[in-house]
Design a protein around this ligand. Structure first.
Ligand SMILES: [Zn+2]
Length: 76
């Protein structure tokens, strides 16, 4: 079974709809979200974009991945 993502129906900042993971602290209520079953975040974003024009990823439940150079800087 794939992990579930949820996209909020209510637009937030700059009309963006936020994509969350199931365990997110600020996950919208059941009536205010659309479930998206997907194994990959990239695919979940594509699916969410079929519902809404502007989709952003919630940084609370999906912090941006660090690039290799950022990791190298952090290690210095
Ligand atoms: Zn979230």
């Amino acid at each position: 079974m794939f992990p579930m993502f949820f996209v909020g129906k209510k637009p937030r900042l700059q009309n963006a709809h936020y994509l969350h993971r199931q365990h997110c602290e600020i996950l919208p209520d059941a009536h205010a979200r659309i479930p998206i079953e997907s194994g990959k975040i990239e695919h979940a974003i594509e699916e969410a974009e079929k519902h809404f024009n502007i989709v952003k990823v919630c940084t609370l439940c999906m912090p941006p991945k660090k690039t290799t150079s950022q990791l190298r800087e952090a290690a210095l």
